[in-house]
Design a protein around this ligand. Structure first.
Ligand SMILES: NC(=O)c1ccc[n+]([C@@H]2O[C@H](COP(=O)([O-])OP(=O)(O)OC[C@H]3O[C@@H](n4cnc5c(N)ncnc54)[C@H](OP(=O)(O)O)[C@@H]3O)[C@@H](O)[C@H]2O)c1
Length: 314
């Protein structure tokens, strides 16, 4: 069987880079990967990670999801514009009190995380429909299912993506096109570094002191603890089975499943708001102890897996 052409956006780092390399190195050679990035000056890490697959099963092309011309140029450069699998990965984060963010900055997040996905899908969908085959994957987030304090705009962008895909999936199925949403919890990538850097340099004088304190001393502290205790690696996401098959939603971190289930357990939203309020403002000490315990358990499990591997059992 001819390899499937996979186009991935945002491959200069993190999940996109890991996915591109994982698929390009597929032992059964099922994929030809078009790994795209908006700034080709950042191709070094991907080239190094791609190794022997570079220009064989992995090609690097320029594509900015906010620039329609670059999308069209990239798709037109693919023979017969034939994309079997589109992986919408490019994304940006944004954290902080909304009083400290401009509408222009907020629009920037929506432009990339929501309209970026829409632009890409609009460009490949007609060809997929004609061929009556295709798979559209979107790297969403648990924040596409559940709002998190001080992630208001980022969460809104991922909710937008989720609503868009939930509407599209049924029509797409009629054309034998599958749509999949991958919903990771925290993943340790440059994404985290970038938002923390922005948070450190931001001006909090446009909000009240209580909110500024809540963000810098409570949220940032909790967020860092959550990333270091529960964070997955980009490779964990690249291993996700849903990428090669059609389930519509795939949460990659089972720790988050109960959290996202709260609103379904109580449609009034009271259970969800009450739980989060208590977790953040009342039982934060307990939360930190639990996070530390989880961190130790995960560390032990990792060591055990390494030991099992070293002994040659896997
Ligand atoms: N890290 C997490 O905790 C986490 C959790 C859930 C979901 N996600 C989602 O996973 C996806 C990948 O994030 P990541 O964690 O791998 O972060 P990352 O390492 O920062 O990667 C983001 C990628 O998107 C690219 N990008 C940004 N704007 C773009 C644009 N206009 N056009 C094309 N590419 C653009 C970045 O390129 P530049 O290098 O040029 O900026 C970079 O290659 C995002 O959609 C994110 O929302 C991340």
């Amino acid at each position: 069987m001819a390899p499937k052409t996979v186009l991935i956006t945002g491959c200069s780092s993190g999940i996109g880079l890991a996915l591109a390399v994982k698929m390009a190195r597929d032992k059964q050679k099922r994929f030809k990967v078009i790994a795209t990035m908006r700034n080709l000056g950042k191709r070094g890490c991907l080239e190094a990670a791609a190794g022997v697959t570079l220009n064989k099963t992995l090609e690097i092309r320029q594509l900015d999801v906010c620039d329609e011309r670059s999308i069209i140029t990239c798709i037109n450069s693919i023979p017969n514009r034939h994309v079997d699998i589109l992986i919408n990965n490019a994304g940006v984060g944004m954290i902080g009190p909304i009083e400290c963010q401009t509408i222009e900055e907020m629009k920037g997040v929506m432009e990339t995380n929501f309209f970026g996905v829409v632009r890409m899908i609009k460009e490949v969908l007609p060809d997929m429909k004609r061929r009556r085959s295709g798979h559209i994957v979107v790297i969403s987030s648990v924040m596409g299912l559940q709002g998190i304090m001080f992630n208001d705009i980022y969460t809104a962008s991922k909710f937008a993506v989720e609503g868009f895909c939930e509407s599209l999936v049924i029509q797409a199925l009629k054309f034998n096109i599958f749509v999949s949403l991958i919903e990771p919890g925290p993943v340790v990538t440059e994404f985290e570094t970038k938002v923390y850097e922005e948070a450190e340099n931001a001006d909090y004088s446009t909000t009240d002191p209580e909110t500024a304190d809540m963000f810098t001393n409570l949220y940032l502290k909790n967020s860092k603890a959550i990333f270091s205790s529960l964070g997955q690696t980009p490779n964990d996401i690249a291993e996700v089975k849903g990428l090669a098959g059609p389930p519509f939603r795939h949460q990659t971190n089972p720790v988050y499943t109960p959290m996202t289930a709260l609103k379904h357990a109580d449609p009034t939203g009271a259970l969800m708001t009450d739980t989060f309020y208590k977790m953040v403002f009342k039982y934060d000490t307990l939360m930190h102890i639990s996070l530390k315990a989880i961190k130790v358990i995960r560390w032990q499990a990792r060591k055990m897996r390494q030991g099992v591997k070293m002994l040659g059992f896997r």
